[in-house]
Design a protein around this ligand. Structure first.
Ligand SMILES: C[S@@+](CC[C@H](N)C(=O)[O-])C[C@H]1O[C@@H](n2cnc3c(N)ncnc32)[C@H](O)[C@@H]1O
Length: 250
């Protein structure tokens, strides 16, 4: 009984703290982000439009990205189909990791096309370069980005894709703004995110996103993006596509 009472008072103390917690607003980014003390241990305690940002997956996780059962679990073949790639396109794989998606896209767009493979971890890009060399794929250009920009040329891309990446961005608004700049007019950006709406998807909560949340973030003021479609043919992930439109003036 005594232990039960202690537990109950601990729970109510934690509830009290959470209720009274005042988030700290990050003024350096125009007040866009806030930090909360009580948060998911798999997140970084930084919130954007009420979503907690996930920790970046380290290069130690390469074997998980390269797991043989990935095709069966995620149906990457269907993902590539959903992207409607054409020979000669210039595309970017933002957060390319070890290059699983990069290689699939490089083959589809052919030698007249190009994949800009962007990551912030040099170890990921080294693994990706080794893989492309081994497979004799030479239409891939590795690009080292930062947590605020993918370092790509303006108006240069037909498509930018982020597979299981966007929810990890430390500065999602800034990244999306820079990605939009790098798209040609009418160019598309695809968010491939584990479906938060589906509790059966076996992924940690901060690594999932709902369609509504992606739409909210991609429609933030100042982003020249317009919703095109959500291709829901994959077993676990949304493929949510936006296109670049002319900037609206006030
Ligand atoms: C879960 S992995 C996914 C890798 C790859 N897209 C795949 O599906 O195989 C996430 C990757 O995003 C990268 N990443 C995180 N933040 C980034 C940013 N701001 N710019 C570019 N890459 C980023 C990480 O370094 C990591 O390699």
């Amino acid at each position: 009984m005594r232990i039960l009472l202690i537990c109950l008072s601990l729970v109510s103390a934690v509830r009290c703290c959470v209720a009274e917690e005042k988030p700290v607003v990050d003024e350096t980014s125009g007040g866009r982000y806030e930090f909360r003390e009580f948060h998911d241990p798999n997140g970084i305690g930084k919130f954007y439009l009420d979503r907690e940002i996930a920790r970046v997956m380290g290069h130690q996780g390469i074997s998980w990205l390269e797991r043989p059962e990935r095709e069966e679990e995620e149906r990457l073949t269907l993902l590539i189909k959903a992207l409607k790639l054409k020979p000669g396109m210039t595309v970017a794989d933002i957060g390319a990791g070890s290059g699983v998606i990069t290689v699939l896209m490089a083959r589809k767009i052919g030698t007249d096309g190009k994949v800009m493979a962007v990551d912030i971890q040099p170890e990921m890009l080294q693994a990706l370069e080794r893989k492309c060399k081994g497979l004799m794929i030479d239409n891939v250009q590795p690009v080292l980005g930062t947590n605020r920009t993918p370092n790509l040329d303006e108006n240069s891309l037909d498509l930018a894709i982020m597979v299981d990446v966007y929810h990890e961005f430390d500065f999602p608004y800034e990244m999306l703004s820079e990605i939009a700049k790098s798209l040609k007019p009418g160019g598309r950006v695809a968010f491939v995110e584990y479906r938060k709406e589906d509790p059966a998807v076996p992924i940690k909560e901060v690594h999932k996103m709902s369609e509504a949340q992606v739409k909210k973030e991609a429609s933030a003021k100042g982003l020249p993006l317009e919703f095109v479609e959500n291709v829901d043919t994959l077993p676990r992930q949304h493929v949510i596509i936006f296109r670049k439109v002319p900037v609206e003036s006030d």
